[in-house]
Design a protein around this ligand. Structure first.
Ligand SMILES: *Cc1c(COP(=O)(O)O)cnc(C)c1O
Length: 428
């Protein structure tokens, strides 16, 4: 039986998470399927930021480090993030960018590996990992005398023997939305004496994560995607307590010192995760991130991540089904696994030709997704991708219907072939 617009409206009417949409400012006439790239503006953020600027900065000035709680923001926000990723209190900090935090944890992981298994000199990752992760890993490997071995999904476990020291993976793939089994791969890594570093950029706030249950060693993740922290929001870093005191990360700035305001000439790392801070923190950005985190935490009384996950799977299932029913015969393929346990919170379509222009034509119709280029050098050459992120906090079933309808119109009218949709912008 095919799905109708009325069915979608009925699903919205029954959706217990529907009221959460009011926590956001959504632009008129826009269906936003790009929250996996930049989350939308929390309604509370402009007022909260205005207060931070005019009162905390304007009036409180230097006193606000203590009086407004600025000094402990990385830890306070880290604990809020911790509740979404299965971390204990005091194990996570919100700070720096994902790229920088990866540099810190990968350095720490290689330090531990070189102590425990000095002969092993390989970091294993996935060829299809997000490029910044691979670029940072290349630099850390160069500095520490390791090599980075890139394998394809499905060949990861067999790369964990021999010389492997660290496995570095992104839990949910940014291009395809495919999700790894974190517990299984971590356990395979540990069986081979390999440490597991997880990037949760497309997982935190999107899918349930339990770092302790998986027994992960290190994790990092992004603040501006599903956590709605705003453009360039601080990222986060988590270290398993068994490793937190094992190494002073290489960016040993004064904010990671045990007593920064003693101003002593020699570095003494703070105990635990505090040493993963570097310098003075971006307070306004952290303030905005807290507004974003609070939107995700607002789902707690309604079932939390489990409820968000249920709705996310229902939305992505619906999107796949509607594309098949209503856009058949237009050359679209599916890059995202159908199996629930293998899927994040996005759906990626493929098309041999015109993926970029189709996304541009959709944006002109108010449906915002994005485009990711295929890896032409990969085995079997990956096609270009039309990527649609589903954030169940603010996306509903009728939105999903509407997005597929616009896609159908763009394809049926060959609208995407207009020259203005083929011009490439700097940011895709
Ligand atoms: C979004 C994303 C990043 C972003 O890193 P930045 O340092 O914030 O630019 C890194 N890794 C992955 C896997 C991502 O999805």
């Amino acid at each position: 039986m095919t799905t109708t617009l009325q069915d979608c409206r009925a699903l919205d009417a029954q959706d217990p998470l529907r009221p959460l949409r009011d926590l956001f400012t959504l632009p008129e006439g826009v269906t936003y399927l790009d929250g996996n790239s930049l989350g939308v503006l929390p309604r509370s953020a402009p007022g909260r930021l205005a207060k931070a600027v005019t009162q905390e900065w304007g009036q409180g000035l230097i006193r606000s480090w203590n009086d407004a709680g600025w000094f402990t923001l990385p830890q306070r926000l880290g604990d809020k993030i911790g509740t979404l990723i299965g971390a204990g209190p005091g194990e996570t900090v919100a700070t720096d960018s994902t790229s920088i935090n990866l540099y810190k944890v990968l350095s720490a992981a290689l330090h531990i590996a070189s102590r425990d298994h000095p002969g092993r000199k390989v970091v294993v990752s996935e060829r299809d990992n997000f490029p910044t992760d691979l670029y940072i890993a290349q630099a850390v490997c160069r500095e520490r005398g390791y090599t980075l071995e890139l394998v394809d999904d499905g060949r990861i476990e067999e790369a964990l023997g021999g010389d492997a020291a660290v496995l570095m993976l992104t839990h949910v793939n940014y291009r395809t939305g495919a999700m790894h089994d974190m517990a299984a791969l971590t356990s395979a890594a540990h069986r081979g004496g390999v440490l597991a570093v997880w990037d949760l950029a497309h997982s935190a706030g999107a899918v349930p994560v339990d770092l302790h249950a998986a027994d992960a060693d290190f994790a990092i993740g992004c603040g501006y995607k599903y956590l709605n922290g705003g453009p360039g929001a601080p990222a986060f870093v988590w270290v398993h307590p068994r490793h937190a005191d094992a190494f002073e990360q290489p960016l040993s700035g004064w904010w990671g010192h045990a007593a920064p305001f003693e101003f002593t000439p020699y570095y003494r790392p703070a105990p635990g995760i505090g040493r993963y801070l570097c310098g003075t923190q971006p307070i306004l950005s952290l303030t905005a991130l807290e507004c974003g985190l609070d939107t995700v935490l607002a789902a707690q009384p309604l079932g939390g991540m489990a409820a968000l996950r249920r709705k996310s799977l229902a939305l992505t299932d619906l999107f796949m089904r509607l594309v098949e029913e209503r856009c058949a015969g237009h050359g679209l393929g599916l890059a995202t696994p159908r199996e629930h346990g293998r899927r994040g919170s996005q759906v990626c379509l493929t098309r041999a030709e015109g993926a970029y222009a189709i996304v541009q034509a959709l944006i002109a119709r108010g449906v915002i997704g994005d485009f990711r280029a295929g890896d032409r050098a990969a085995a079997g050459a990956q096609p270009d991708i039309l990527r649609f992120g589903f954030t169940p906090l603010y996306i509903g079933f009728e939105d999903t219907w509407h997005a597929v309808e616009q896609l159908r119109l763009v394809l049926e009218g060959a609208e995407w072939q207009r020259p203005e949709f083929k011009r490439k912008h700097a940011v895709t």
